[in-house]
Design a protein around this ligand. Structure first.
Ligand code: GGG
Length: 354
Protein backbone atom coordinates (compact mmCIF):
# COMPACT_ATOMS: atom_id res chain seq x y z
CA UNK A 1 0.00 0.00 0.00
CA UNK A 2 1.23 3.47 -0.78
CA UNK A 3 2.46 4.97 2.49
CA UNK A 4 3.47 8.54 3.25
CA UNK A 5 6.06 8.99 6.00
CA UNK A 6 5.25 12.07 8.02
CA UNK A 7 7.09 13.62 10.95
CA UNK A 8 4.67 14.64 13.70
CA UNK A 9 5.76 17.39 16.05
CA UNK A 10 2.83 17.87 18.44
CA UNK A 11 4.80 20.51 20.41
CA UNK A 12 3.32 22.42 23.32
CA UNK A 13 0.04 23.20 25.03
CA UNK A 14 -2.95 22.18 22.93
CA UNK A 15 -0.61 21.06 20.13
CA UNK A 16 -0.64 17.36 21.09
CA UNK A 17 -4.45 17.30 21.41
CA UNK A 18 -5.17 18.87 18.05
CA UNK A 19 -2.45 16.90 16.27
CA UNK A 20 -3.72 13.54 17.58
CA UNK A 21 -7.32 14.46 16.70
CA UNK A 22 -6.43 15.59 13.18
CA UNK A 23 -4.05 12.68 12.67
CA UNK A 24 -6.87 10.23 13.51
CA UNK A 25 -9.11 11.91 10.93
CA UNK A 26 -6.38 11.94 8.28
CA UNK A 27 -5.30 8.34 8.91
CA UNK A 28 -8.86 7.00 8.77
CA UNK A 29 -9.54 8.98 5.62
CA UNK A 30 -6.32 7.69 4.06
CA UNK A 31 -7.44 4.12 4.70
CA UNK A 32 -10.69 4.77 2.86
CA UNK A 33 -8.80 6.15 -0.12
CA UNK A 34 -6.37 3.24 -0.36
CA UNK A 35 -3.20 4.65 1.14
CA UNK A 36 -1.61 4.88 4.57
CA UNK A 37 0.03 7.54 6.73
CA UNK A 38 3.02 6.52 8.78
CA UNK A 39 3.49 9.16 11.45
CA UNK A 40 6.72 9.26 13.44
CA UNK A 41 6.40 11.40 16.56
CA UNK A 42 9.10 13.79 17.75
CA UNK A 43 8.85 15.13 21.32
CA UNK A 44 10.47 18.48 20.53
CA UNK A 45 8.80 21.13 22.65
CA UNK A 46 9.31 23.39 25.65
CA UNK A 47 9.30 20.30 27.90
CA UNK A 48 12.08 18.88 25.74
CA UNK A 49 13.95 22.18 26.16
CA UNK A 50 13.65 22.06 29.95
CA UNK A 51 15.13 18.57 29.93
CA UNK A 52 17.81 18.97 27.23
CA UNK A 53 18.51 22.70 26.98
CA UNK A 54 17.52 22.76 23.28
CA UNK A 55 14.16 22.73 21.49
CA UNK A 56 15.39 19.99 19.17
CA UNK A 57 18.63 18.03 18.94
CA UNK A 58 21.59 19.32 16.93
CA UNK A 59 20.80 16.85 14.14
CA UNK A 60 17.04 17.59 14.29
CA UNK A 61 16.89 18.97 10.77
CA UNK A 62 18.71 15.90 9.43
CA UNK A 63 16.23 13.66 11.28
CA UNK A 64 13.35 15.45 9.55
CA UNK A 65 14.87 15.57 6.07
CA UNK A 66 13.82 12.06 4.88
CA UNK A 67 10.12 12.64 5.61
CA UNK A 68 7.60 13.54 2.94
CA UNK A 69 5.91 16.09 5.17
CA UNK A 70 6.01 17.55 8.67
CA UNK A 71 2.81 17.98 10.68
CA UNK A 72 3.18 20.38 13.58
CA UNK A 73 0.85 21.36 16.42
CA UNK A 74 1.96 24.42 18.35
CA UNK A 75 5.16 25.84 19.75
CA UNK A 76 5.53 27.91 22.91
CA UNK A 77 4.82 27.93 26.62
CA UNK A 78 5.98 31.36 27.74
CA UNK A 79 5.63 30.68 31.47
CA UNK A 80 8.27 27.96 31.10
CA UNK A 81 10.47 29.03 28.18
CA UNK A 82 10.67 32.51 26.61
CA UNK A 83 8.75 32.58 23.32
CA UNK A 84 11.80 33.95 21.52
CA UNK A 85 13.72 30.82 22.54
CA UNK A 86 11.03 28.33 21.55
CA UNK A 87 10.19 30.00 18.23
CA UNK A 88 13.82 30.47 17.19
CA UNK A 89 14.68 26.99 18.48
CA UNK A 90 12.13 24.96 16.55
CA UNK A 91 9.61 26.55 14.19
CA UNK A 92 11.80 29.15 12.47
CA UNK A 93 14.83 26.85 11.96
CA UNK A 94 12.61 24.23 10.27
CA UNK A 95 11.12 26.85 7.94
CA UNK A 96 14.57 28.16 7.08
CA UNK A 97 16.41 24.83 6.79
CA UNK A 98 13.92 23.41 4.30
CA UNK A 99 13.45 26.76 2.59
CA UNK A 100 9.69 26.70 3.25
CA UNK A 101 9.35 30.14 1.82
CA UNK A 102 5.62 30.20 1.10
CA UNK A 103 3.39 30.23 4.15
CA UNK A 104 -0.08 29.76 2.72
CA UNK A 105 -3.04 30.65 4.92
CA UNK A 106 -6.63 30.51 3.62
CA UNK A 107 -9.30 32.65 5.26
CA UNK A 108 -12.91 31.94 4.49
CA UNK A 109 -16.00 31.16 6.49
CA UNK A 110 -16.91 27.52 6.88
CA UNK A 111 -20.63 26.75 6.52
CA UNK A 112 -22.54 27.36 9.73
CA UNK A 113 -19.91 29.68 11.15
CA UNK A 114 -20.42 33.38 11.65
CA UNK A 115 -17.43 35.61 12.07
CA UNK A 116 -17.58 38.84 14.07
CA UNK A 117 -18.09 40.89 10.89
CA UNK A 118 -21.31 39.06 10.00
CA UNK A 119 -19.95 39.20 6.44
CA UNK A 120 -20.39 36.21 4.18
CA UNK A 121 -18.60 34.93 1.16
CA UNK A 122 -15.10 36.37 1.50
CA UNK A 123 -12.27 34.13 0.37
CA UNK A 124 -8.76 35.41 1.02
CA UNK A 125 -5.56 33.50 0.42
CA UNK A 126 -2.76 35.05 2.44
CA UNK A 127 0.74 34.23 1.32
CA UNK A 128 3.32 35.14 3.90
CA UNK A 129 7.03 35.26 3.09
CA UNK A 130 8.40 32.73 5.53
CA UNK A 131 12.18 32.62 5.55
CA UNK A 132 13.55 36.15 5.78
CA UNK A 133 12.32 39.72 6.36
CA UNK A 134 11.66 40.76 9.91
CA UNK A 135 12.13 37.22 11.31
CA UNK A 136 15.66 36.75 10.01
CA UNK A 137 17.06 36.72 13.51
CA UNK A 138 19.84 39.14 12.53
CA UNK A 139 20.83 41.61 15.19
CA UNK A 140 22.14 41.83 18.68
CA UNK A 141 22.27 43.65 21.99
CA UNK A 142 25.09 45.53 23.62
CA UNK A 143 25.59 47.08 27.06
CA UNK A 144 22.97 44.72 28.41
CA UNK A 145 21.43 45.68 31.71
CA UNK A 146 22.85 49.20 31.63
CA UNK A 147 21.22 52.52 30.87
CA UNK A 148 23.14 52.53 27.56
CA UNK A 149 21.66 49.26 26.37
CA UNK A 150 20.97 49.02 22.63
CA UNK A 151 19.09 46.36 20.68
CA UNK A 152 19.25 46.08 16.89
CA UNK A 153 16.97 43.76 14.91
CA UNK A 154 17.72 43.85 11.21
CA UNK A 155 15.13 42.87 8.63
CA UNK A 156 16.69 41.12 5.67
CA UNK A 157 14.98 41.36 2.29
CA UNK A 158 16.60 39.83 -0.77
CA UNK A 159 15.59 40.19 -4.40
CA UNK A 160 15.45 36.40 -4.66
CA UNK A 161 13.25 36.12 -1.55
CA UNK A 162 10.81 38.84 -2.58
CA UNK A 163 10.62 37.75 -6.18
CA UNK A 164 9.89 34.10 -5.46
CA UNK A 165 7.13 34.80 -2.93
CA UNK A 166 5.48 37.22 -5.33
CA UNK A 167 5.73 34.75 -8.21
CA UNK A 168 4.12 32.13 -5.99
CA UNK A 169 1.36 34.62 -5.19
CA UNK A 170 0.80 35.51 -8.84
CA UNK A 171 0.57 31.82 -9.77
CA UNK A 172 -2.05 31.32 -7.04
CA UNK A 173 -3.95 34.39 -8.24
CA UNK A 174 -4.09 32.81 -11.71
CA UNK A 175 -5.79 29.78 -10.19
CA UNK A 176 -8.29 32.01 -8.40
CA UNK A 177 -9.81 35.42 -9.17
CA UNK A 178 -6.77 37.02 -10.82
CA UNK A 179 -6.27 39.67 -8.15
CA UNK A 180 -3.19 40.19 -6.02
CA UNK A 181 -2.64 42.63 -3.17
CA UNK A 182 0.96 43.34 -2.22
CA UNK A 183 1.37 44.61 1.34
CA UNK A 184 4.21 46.86 2.47
CA UNK A 185 4.84 50.00 4.48
CA UNK A 186 6.88 51.72 1.83
CA UNK A 187 5.95 55.22 2.91
CA UNK A 188 7.73 54.70 6.23
CA UNK A 189 10.26 51.97 5.45
CA UNK A 190 12.07 53.59 2.59
CA UNK A 191 14.66 50.89 1.88
CA UNK A 192 13.26 47.38 2.21
CA UNK A 193 9.65 48.15 1.39
CA UNK A 194 10.40 50.41 -1.54
CA UNK A 195 12.57 47.54 -2.80
CA UNK A 196 9.57 45.19 -2.33
CA UNK A 197 7.35 47.56 -4.34
CA UNK A 198 9.90 47.71 -7.14
CA UNK A 199 10.14 43.93 -7.32
CA UNK A 200 6.33 43.72 -7.31
CA UNK A 201 6.20 46.04 -10.29
CA UNK A 202 8.83 44.01 -12.16
CA UNK A 203 7.23 40.61 -11.47
CA UNK A 204 3.76 41.96 -12.31
CA UNK A 205 4.90 42.54 -15.90
CA UNK A 206 5.02 38.75 -16.32
CA UNK A 207 1.41 38.46 -15.15
CA UNK A 208 -0.60 41.00 -17.16
CA UNK A 209 -3.75 38.95 -16.53
CA UNK A 210 -3.52 39.56 -12.76
CA UNK A 211 -4.71 42.86 -11.32
CA UNK A 212 -2.20 44.13 -8.76
CA UNK A 213 -2.94 46.59 -5.98
CA UNK A 214 -0.41 47.84 -3.46
CA UNK A 215 -1.50 48.52 0.10
CA UNK A 216 0.21 49.70 3.23
CA UNK A 217 -0.13 47.26 6.08
CA UNK A 218 -2.22 49.63 8.19
CA UNK A 219 -4.70 50.20 5.36
CA UNK A 220 -4.76 46.47 4.65
CA UNK A 221 -5.57 45.70 8.30
CA UNK A 222 -8.57 48.01 8.02
CA UNK A 223 -9.57 46.49 4.65
CA UNK A 224 -9.65 42.99 6.16
CA UNK A 225 -12.42 44.30 8.42
CA UNK A 226 -14.26 46.69 6.13
CA UNK A 227 -13.95 45.08 2.67
CA UNK A 228 -12.84 41.44 3.03
CA UNK A 229 -14.73 40.51 -0.16
CA UNK A 230 -12.50 42.78 -2.20
CA UNK A 231 -9.45 40.62 -1.46
CA UNK A 232 -8.24 37.56 -3.32
CA UNK A 233 -4.53 36.74 -2.94
CA UNK A 234 -2.65 38.83 -0.39
CA UNK A 235 1.16 38.67 -0.34
CA UNK A 236 3.03 40.06 2.63
CA UNK A 237 6.35 39.93 4.43
CA UNK A 238 6.99 37.58 7.35
CA UNK A 239 5.87 39.97 10.10
CA UNK A 240 3.04 41.64 8.21
CA UNK A 241 1.78 38.24 7.04
CA UNK A 242 1.94 36.88 10.58
CA UNK A 243 -0.17 39.73 11.91
CA UNK A 244 -2.64 39.83 9.02
CA UNK A 245 -3.33 36.11 9.27
CA UNK A 246 -4.35 36.37 12.91
CA UNK A 247 -6.75 39.06 11.76
CA UNK A 248 -7.82 36.71 8.95
CA UNK A 249 -8.44 34.02 11.55
CA UNK A 250 -10.48 36.43 13.65
CA UNK A 251 -12.80 37.36 10.79
CA UNK A 252 -13.34 33.71 9.91
CA UNK A 253 -14.58 33.07 13.43
CA UNK A 254 -11.43 32.50 15.45
CA UNK A 255 -7.98 30.99 15.48
CA UNK A 256 -9.54 27.56 15.75
CA UNK A 257 -10.40 27.77 12.05
CA UNK A 258 -7.14 29.07 10.57
CA UNK A 259 -5.04 26.50 8.72
CA UNK A 260 -1.62 26.83 7.13
CA UNK A 261 0.96 25.20 4.91
CA UNK A 262 4.64 26.11 4.95
CA UNK A 263 5.68 25.14 1.44
CA UNK A 264 8.87 24.68 -0.44
CA UNK A 265 7.29 24.81 -3.90
CA UNK A 266 10.39 23.20 -5.46
CA UNK A 267 9.81 20.07 -3.35
CA UNK A 268 13.49 19.89 -2.36
CA UNK A 269 12.61 19.23 1.30
CA UNK A 270 9.58 18.26 3.35
CA UNK A 271 6.92 20.95 3.59
CA UNK A 272 5.28 21.59 6.95
CA UNK A 273 1.61 21.91 7.87
CA UNK A 274 0.31 23.48 11.07
CA UNK A 275 -2.66 25.38 12.44
CA UNK A 276 -2.03 29.12 12.63
CA UNK A 277 -2.89 29.16 16.33
CA UNK A 278 -0.35 28.78 19.07
CA UNK A 279 -0.25 26.52 22.11
CA UNK A 280 -3.05 28.16 24.20
CA UNK A 281 -1.59 26.98 27.55
CA UNK A 282 -4.71 28.20 29.40
CA UNK A 283 -6.82 25.41 27.93
CA UNK A 284 -4.11 22.79 27.38
CA UNK A 285 -4.98 19.24 28.35
CA UNK A 286 -8.69 19.98 28.78
CA UNK A 287 -9.97 18.69 25.45
CA UNK A 288 -11.39 22.13 24.67
CA UNK A 289 -9.22 23.09 21.70
CA UNK A 290 -10.95 23.41 18.34
CA UNK A 291 -9.25 20.88 16.02
CA UNK A 292 -10.75 22.27 12.77
CA UNK A 293 -7.68 24.39 11.91
CA UNK A 294 -5.47 21.33 12.33
CA UNK A 295 -7.81 19.04 10.38
CA UNK A 296 -7.92 21.64 7.60
CA UNK A 297 -4.08 21.75 7.70
CA UNK A 298 -4.03 17.96 7.38
CA UNK A 299 -6.26 18.23 4.30
CA UNK A 300 -3.81 20.77 2.86
CA UNK A 301 -1.00 18.30 3.52
CA UNK A 302 -2.77 15.49 1.70
CA UNK A 303 -3.54 17.76 -1.22
CA UNK A 304 0.14 18.71 -1.39
CA UNK A 305 1.09 15.01 -1.28
CA UNK A 306 -1.14 14.48 -4.32
CA UNK A 307 -4.06 12.82 -2.51
CA UNK A 308 -6.54 15.38 -3.79
CA UNK A 309 -9.66 13.22 -3.51
CA UNK A 310 -8.94 12.35 0.09
CA UNK A 311 -8.17 15.98 0.91
CA UNK A 312 -11.44 17.07 -0.68
CA UNK A 313 -13.35 14.40 1.27
CA UNK A 314 -11.88 15.60 4.57
CA UNK A 315 -12.68 19.18 3.70
CA UNK A 316 -16.25 18.37 2.69
CA UNK A 317 -16.77 16.30 5.85
CA UNK A 318 -15.42 19.14 7.97
CA UNK A 319 -17.84 21.52 6.26
CA UNK A 320 -20.77 19.20 6.93
CA UNK A 321 -19.85 19.12 10.61
CA UNK A 322 -19.62 22.91 10.91
CA UNK A 323 -22.81 23.34 8.89
CA UNK A 324 -24.76 20.96 11.15
CA UNK A 325 -23.53 22.92 14.18
CA UNK A 326 -24.23 20.10 16.64
CA UNK A 327 -20.58 19.42 17.45
CA UNK A 328 -18.83 22.61 18.46
CA UNK A 329 -15.98 23.25 20.84
CA UNK A 330 -16.36 25.95 23.54
CA UNK A 331 -14.70 28.67 21.40
CA UNK A 332 -17.73 28.30 19.12
CA UNK A 333 -20.25 28.25 21.93
CA UNK A 334 -20.58 24.48 22.17
CA UNK A 335 -19.49 21.89 24.68
CA UNK A 336 -18.02 19.25 22.40
CA UNK A 337 -14.46 18.11 23.00
CA UNK A 338 -11.57 18.15 20.58
CA UNK A 339 -12.01 14.40 20.12
CA UNK A 340 -15.81 14.76 19.59
CA UNK A 341 -15.23 17.16 16.66
CA UNK A 342 -12.62 14.85 15.14
CA UNK A 343 -14.96 11.86 15.54
CA UNK A 344 -17.79 13.80 13.88
CA UNK A 345 -15.56 14.62 10.90
CA UNK A 346 -14.43 10.99 10.62
CA UNK A 347 -18.05 9.86 10.76
CA UNK A 348 -18.92 12.24 7.92
CA UNK A 349 -16.03 10.91 5.85
CA UNK A 350 -17.33 7.38 6.41
CA UNK A 351 -20.87 8.37 5.38
CA UNK A 352 -19.81 10.44 2.40
CA UNK A 353 -21.92 13.21 0.88
CA UNK A 354 -25.70 12.88 1.38
N1 GGG B 1 0.94 26.37 15.28
C1 GGG B 1 1.90 27.32 15.09
C2 GGG B 1 2.42 27.99 16.32
O1 GGG B 1 2.65 27.40 17.34
N2 GGG B 1 2.58 29.28 16.22
C3 GGG B 1 3.10 30.06 17.27
C4 GGG B 1 3.76 31.29 16.77
O2 GGG B 1 4.00 32.19 17.53
N3 GGG B 1 4.07 31.35 15.50
C5 GGG B 1 4.72 32.42 14.91
C6 GGG B 1 4.92 32.17 13.47
O3 GGG B 1 4.11 31.47 12.85
O4 GGG B 1 5.87 32.69 12.91
Amino acid sequence: MKTYRTALIPGDGVGPEVVEAAWDVASQAAGRFGFALDGVRFPWSCDYYLEHGVMMPADGIEQLRPFQAIFLGAVGWPARVPDSVSLHGLLLPIRKAFDLYANVRPHRLLPGTVGPLRAEGFDILCIRENTEGEYSGAGGRVHQGTADEVAVETSIFTRRGIERILRYGFEQARLRRHRLASVTKSNAQKHSMVFWDEVTEAVARDYPDVEVTRYHIDAMAARFVTHPHSLDVVVASNLFGDILTDLGAAIQGGLGFAASANLNPTGSGPSMFEPVHGSAPDIAGQGKANPIATIWSAAMMLEYLGEKECAAAIFAAMERVTAAGATRTPDQGGNATTADVAAAVSEQIKRGPA
